[in-house]
Design a protein around this ligand. Structure first.
Ligand code: PMP
Length: 424
């Protein structure tokens, strides 16, 4: 019978994120335990975590050092808020540490709960900056095609992936946003000229686009963005939620690509996902006016109960120790070379149209006759987690603690699946 209303499916009370529910109910992978680069399902299946979860588990799963840091901090003080006169020790300590690591000289640090939060803060602060400067028409926030900046209201409205924008009336959800080209700097310049620099507050960009399909910048592209921003008084917001804290073999990708952001957003790798924490590094020209000794000095009206969360900060501090102690940044550079040569070999398959690697971020783009979604499902059957991304791309981004052999095994498994497909 046409027009019959489909039945409502049963399922757990937990509403899964970013899921087409009829496709996942009944086949959910319930993850119960993690150890290093492996996770274990409720049925006891062991899977190699080839994506480090959502690009976050950089030091590997379930490390006792980080559990201990959280335990000790919670026994002393779970947290205390940082509104007004109040601060807490761990948030102060973490901010000092981050300011010292920051690619922005003399940065101040805003702390909150994740990447989407950080994007909201950066965009609000950019608009607040121009209001305060007496240039209130500078309100539009630019982002790139295929961009992913989280899914809070700002992240939704500046999303470069149309499916993440659709359905909310995103033009009016947070109005005054526009997209620029991801590849062509001349096109970016044309868009900026069309909109008019007097109307633009900031440009937000991932140095290497992640969810959009692992897209490293075209040569000269990021330098071009930086030049356009400088020439037009547009604040450059570099979104390092994925790339921050070592993913490219540098503490920040801004160092790799010689960027001097005005604002830098981070999350994930700051705690390796062991506690929800994100934030924004802020350049002096933006923070100084809020620090002037004057009764007229404005307040940046933003904050949240968990901003500067003490336990999350304690975990971050210990996680930063681990990056150093285990020499994980040079290790990522070694792994980049290996992953790059392994993925290049896959280009001999007709079914592979492109491979891209930057740091420990890899993307394998498949020809149309294959589905990245089906291939990643088959890899799970073989014990390897990868993830389908936009553009029929398979994401490979394991923890920094992975071994050479594990990378080779993962690529071998992908290679086997492709061979099987070509045989069919
Ligand atoms: N920006 C980028 C570049 C991201 O990749 C993500 C998350 N994948 C976010 C922002 C949002 O971070 P969160 O999921 O912690 O809110």
């Amino acid at each position: 019978m046409p027009n019959e209303t489909p039945p409502v499916l049963d399922g757990p009370a937990l509403w899964s994120a970013q899921a087409h529910l009829p496709s996942v109910l009944g086949r959910q992978l319930v993850i119960e335990r993690g150890e290093g680069c492996y996770i274990y399902t409720r049925e006891g299946r062991r899977l190699f975590d080839g994506t480090a979860g959502l690009w976050h588990a950089n030091v590997g799963h379930s490390r006792p050092e980080l559990a201990e840091a959280a335990y000790q901090q919670m026994q002393q003080l779970e947290t205390y808020h940082i509104f007004g006169r109040y601060v807490n020790d761990r948030a102060l300590e973490l901010a000092e540490r981050l300011a010292a690591l920051s690619p922005i000289a003399d940065a101040k640090v805003i702390l909150n709960s994740g990447g989407s939060d950080a994007i909201d803060v950066a965009c609000k602060l950019a608009r607040r900056h121009w209001q305060r400067e007496g240039r209130p028409t500078k309100t539009i926030v630019l982002s790139r095609e295929f961009a992913y900046h989280g899914l809070h209201a700002y992240g939704t409205s500046i999303a470069g992936l149309d499916f993440n924008r659709a359905g909310y009336g995103s033009e009016s959800l947070v109005p005054e946003t526009a997209r620029v080209s991801t590849y062509d700097i001349a096109a970016v310049e044309r868009t900026v000229n069309e909109i008019g620099a007097d109307n633009i507050a900031a440009l937000v960009a991932e140095p290497i686009q992640g969810t959009g399909g692992v897209i490293p910048p075209a040569p000269g592209y990021l330098e071009g963005l930086q030049r356009i921003c400088r020439e037009n008084d547009i604040l450059l917001v570099v979104d390092e939620v994925i790339t921050g804290f070592g993913r490219t073999g540098h503490m920040f990708a801004s160092e790799r690509y010689r960027l001097k952001p005005d604002l830098l957003t981070f999350a994930k790798g700051v705690t390796s996902g062991y506690a929800p924490l994100g934030g924004v590094l802020v350049a002096p020209e933006i923070w100084q006016p809020f620090y002037r000794d004057n009764s007229e000095t404005p307040i940046f009206r933003h904050g949240a109960t968990y901003a500067g969360h003490a336990t999350a900060s304690a975990v971050a501090l210990r996680n930063l120790d681990l990056l150093e102690q285990d020499k994980l940044l040079p290790r990522v550079s070694e792994l980049e070379t290996l992953l790059s040569s392994e993925l290049t070999r896959l280009q001999s398959y007709d079914a592979v149209t492109d491979t891209r690697v930057a740091g420990l971020l890899g993307g394998v783009t498949l020809a149309e006759h294959l589905s990245a979604e089906a291939i990643t499902d088959q890899l799970i059957e073989r014990g390897f987690i990868t993830r389908p991304l936009r553009g029929n791309t398979v994401q490979i981004s394991p923890p920094f603690t992975t071994t050479d052999d594990e990378i080779k095994q993962l690529v071998e498994a992908l290679s086997d699946v492709l061979t099987e497909q070509e045989g069919n």
